[in-house]
Design a protein around this ligand. Structure first.
Ligand code: IMP
Length: 420
């Protein structure tokens, strides 16, 4: 018997509403696994009266029969993880189901400072990171000075690793005195690691034992495809792999283990932080999308930049992930717009352009407009309940992206998720 891995991935710049979609699909799985990123993610789920904001723990926490796994490609803030587990436990979630791979790297208090310093060093062109030390932690991993969770299990090894990484950080900073007191940090990290110890497992063994036992695993993407370190709008990206390829490197499996890939798209586009955004609306329509969609960051509270659905970026993301079908979120936010735009082309002078060229001063996005719909669609429960123009919009997105939309949402409640 052999299990398999399906995936739910964000296809834009994050904040597509992955949390509740993962929660919905999770009913059919035994394990939900994060394969990358850290607590820069902010996944919100609501089930009945229960509302949860998750950062590192997979979004199926309210699904009592599902095991939750923080995979090898993730980065873990020890104290943040313990706080998140405590919060989950308070609302009755059985946190014994949560396991962390020994190969995931730890985020230290130093890393948040280095994050800030590196943003500062970029002068007028900061990335606009979440400030949680994610980039510096991945940089340390690649530089081979990072600390995998497995190294926290032996006190002497951990103390040595902390000393070694601190000396690297001291050399990296112009003013090392901004780093937190070492002895105090060391004791804090040792105490946190001791409390997390029983949740740390052999990450590769964990996944492969479950595959061998025929279990169904759902890989939960964090951030979004366009923030991917390799294929996103570099350098305005996060430091991990957000695409389907990250499932192999972040869980330690081969591509043959991966089955279906569901891509989540918001019915329009948002982005937090800096960087190119071809369909951005810098006018009253953008403000209206932000207000109607309550587009403010879960982690940082920052207002999100808003714009129309970008079908060119959407097709690019679909291809990068080998996507099979789409879940479309927040369709209701577009209600009341007289016309709804879709970016259908990128141009540089006379020729077609790619997202990688979006920072060029002559880059231009072409927009197509469809008639909007005035009706509030929040109460729709079947596709047939949607006004004709909303159905036309869905059909147009399907044809432009080249994939079927199998699920769409018209509100925050679980019943507002509709099978197409
Ligand atoms: P970092 O991941 O904190 O290094 O931030 C790098 C970029 O990714 C910034 O533009 C962030 O706003 C963005 N980012 C990181 N995580 C998320 C997320 O979960 N949703 C949306 N944007 C994110």
């Amino acid at each position: 018997m052999s299990g398999h891995i399906d995936a739910v991935l964000g296809m834009q710049w994050g904040d597509e509403g992955k949390g509740r979609i993962v929660d919905w699909y999770a009913r059919d799985y035994d394990v939900v696994a994060r394969f990358g990123g850290g607590d820069n993610a902010g996944h919100r789920i609501e089930v009945g009266e229960q509302k949860l904001a998750l950062r590192l723990v997979p979004s199926a926490a309210l699904n009592p029969s599902v095991e939750l796994f923080v995979g090898s490609g993730c980065v873990v803030n020890l104290e943040g993880a313990l706080e998140e587990l405590a919060r989950l436990s308070e609302v009755g979630v059985d946190i014994e189901r949560v396991r962390f791979s020994d190969r995931a790297h730890i985020v230290l208090p130093d890393h948040a400072l280095l994050d800030r310093a590196s943003e500062h060093a970029r002068g007028g062109a900061p990335i606009g990171t979440t400030g949680r030390g994610i980039g510096p932690t991945y940089a340390d991993r690649v530089s081979r000075v990072g600390i995998p969770l497995g190294q926290t299990l032996d006190e002497r090894t951990f103390r040595n690793a902390l000393r070694a990484i601190r000396s690297v950080h001291e050399r990296a900073l112009q003013d090392p005195s901004v780093l937190p007191d070492f002895a105090e940090m060391e004791e804090r990290m040792l105490a946190a690691a001791a409390r997390l110890r029983t949740a740390i497992v052999d990450g590769v063994g964990y996944i492969h034992a479950r595959l061998a036992a025929g279990k169904r695993i759902l890989a939960e993407g964090a951030q979004g495809t366009l923030l991917d370190i390799s294929f996103g709008s570099y350098p305005y990206v996060t430091s991990s792999q957000c695409t389907a390829g990250g499932i192999c490197t972040g869980l330690g499996v081969g591509p043959s283990a991966i089955g279906r890939v569901i891509g989540i798209y918001k019915a329009y586009t948002t982005r937090v932080g800096s960087g190119p955004f071809p369909s951005e609306l810098l006018d009253a329509e953008g403000d209206r999308l932000r207000d109607a969609g309550r587009e403010f960051g879960t982690v940082t509270g920052r207002p999100r930049r808003c714009g129309w659905f970008d079908a060119v970026a959407a097709r690019y993301a679909a291809a990068l992930n080998g996507t099979h079908a789409v879940a479309l979120t927040k369709l209701d936010v577009l209600s009341g717009f007289e016309r709804v735009g879709i970016v259908t082309g990128y141009r540089l002078g006379e020729r077609e352009a790619t997202l990688a060229e979006a920072m060029h001063p002559d880059f231009r996005a072409e927009v197509e407009f469809l008639d909007g719909w005035a009706e509030d669609i929040g109460g729709a429960r079947r596709p047939a309940d949607l006004p004709m123009n909303a159905r036309r919009y869905i059909a147009r997105l399907e044809s432009l992206v080249g994939l079927p939309i199998e699920l769409f949402s018209v509100g925050p409640e679980r019943e507002a998720l509709i099978k197409a």
